[in-house]
Ligand binder design. Structure first.
Ligand SMILES: Cc1cc2nc3c(=O)[nH]c(=O)nc-3n(C[C@H](O)[C@H](O)[C@H](O)COP(=O)(O)O)c2cc1C
Length: 360
């Protein structure tokens, strides 16, 4: 029996040891509010690499301070941050995993509170607690949050440049794979969705125009890092409401992303509409990933309550997706990949040697 999930995959010459990866997951653990990774991030991400994942993708990391979701997010807009990521990428590599990072701008959903501590509650964080005024494509608020300041054309160019500069720092910090956050109602998704983009210039209106900010970002990042670095774009395949961003538009955009040298589309959904009717359940987003793969031929990652090894194996074996991302399942059990291999009776050559006796 072949084991699709534990077959390597190669993106742009980078061989990744298997197809069970860790998706970006915000930790909100930068207490100093300076975007600099801490021992928490080393232990958290290092543990996930030790657990056997093919790639570990670091949480949404702000390309500019005002692009963070919360004041406690990671950032990559200065050299101190870059240098502090190095021990993390070194450790991930020492475990045989690929180090990825999600570069992000939170747009109108920036400057919000984490779920715990003195600022808990999910609303905007006040300036005296480290908050700031968010920006967006249009002055249209996400329900319950501040009305964002509309970005000027020059402001959009600054954001695009910031993604490219952060991408350079990411590569210099040792990251092998870069992901751009185009999902979950953050800035690049806000440009895509007619629900958050009411612009009448070249960045609003037609699909070509709404996709322009993302495609310019992809091109700027590629020009900065060169041809060797695999590039992933995360998209929400639907806003889950009538009149919002939808699957046909995602398919067209994914085809364009393929033409713009993007190597894999990570297919999530939602995030731009409050209380959208999302039919959450095991593998609930998988059909979107499969549809995009079939429509475009671009490799895809599937995500969303894929916590069962046999389900994950089947997804890859049947060609429904090229990669499976396990998020919360890996928070519950950072050794999910090793344990999935056990369940599938695959003898992994990369169980940590000091832990071998635990698996006999
Ligand atoms: C604690 C937590 C933080 C998350 N942070 C991010 C993030 O930074 N960027 C992102 O694209 N998705 C983020 N997500 C979404 C996950 O990457 C993933 O898509 C989602 O949890 C569904 O997969 P799962 O059912 O395997 O957890 C986060 C999810 C969780 C649970």
């Amino acid at each position: 029996m072949t084991h699709a999930l534990f077959d390597p995959i190669t993106l742009r010459g980078l061989e990744i040891r298997n197809r069970v990866w860790i998706p970006p997951m915000c930790q909100y653990m930068v207490e100093a509010q300076d975007g600099v990774p801490t021992p928490w991030h080393l232990v958290h991400l290092g543990g996930l690499a030790r657990g056997g994942a093919g790639a570990v993708v670091v949480e949404a990391t702000g390309v500019v301070p005002e692009g963070r979701i919360s004041p406690q997010d990671l950032g990559l807009w200065n050299d101190e941050q870059r240098d502090a990521f190095r021990p993390i990428t070194d450790f991930i590599h020492s475990q045989g995993a690929v180090a990825g990072i999600q570069l992000a701008h939170a747009g109108r959903k920036a400057s919000t509170s984490r779920e715990w501590g003195p600022t808990a509650g999910g609303g905007n964080v006040a300036p005296e607690q480290g908050g700031w005024q968010p920006v967006g494509p249009s002055p249209v608020a996400f329900p319950g949050l501040h009305v964002p300041t509309e970005l000027t054309v020059e402001g959009i160019a600054d954001v695009v440049r910031a993604f490219a500069v952060a991408a350079r720092r990411a590569v210099d910090a040792g990251f092998d794979l870069l992901e751009l956050h185009g999902a979950h109602g953050y800035l690049l998704h806000e440009f895509l969705s007619p629900l958050s983009n009411e612009r009448t210039d070249q960045y609003g209106g037609s699909l070509e125009n709404r996709a322009r900010a993302l495609l310019e970002t992809v091109d700027a990042v590629r020009a900065e890092v060169g041809e060797d670095v695999p590039l992933v774009v995360r998209l929400s395949a639907t806003d889950w409401v009538e009149g919002g961003w939808d699957l046909p538009e995602t398919e067209q955009l994914s085809a364009w992303l393929g033409e713009h040298d993007v190597d894999l589309v990570s297919v999530s959904t939602g995030g731009n509409v409050q209380n959208a009717p999302i039919p959450v359940g095991p593998g609930y987003q998988l059909p979107f990933a499969t549809a995009i793969r079939q429509a475009t031929g671009v490799p895809v990652a599937a995500v969303g309550m894929i916590d069962d090894p046999f389900q994950a194996e089947q997804i890859v074996a049947l060609g429904q997706a090229d990669v499976v991302l396990v998020g919360r399942g890996a928070l519950r059990d950072p050794n999910f990949p090793i344990r999935a291999a056990q369940a599938l009776r695959v003898d992994l050559p990369y169980k940590p040697a000091p832990y071998e006796r635990a698996y006999r």
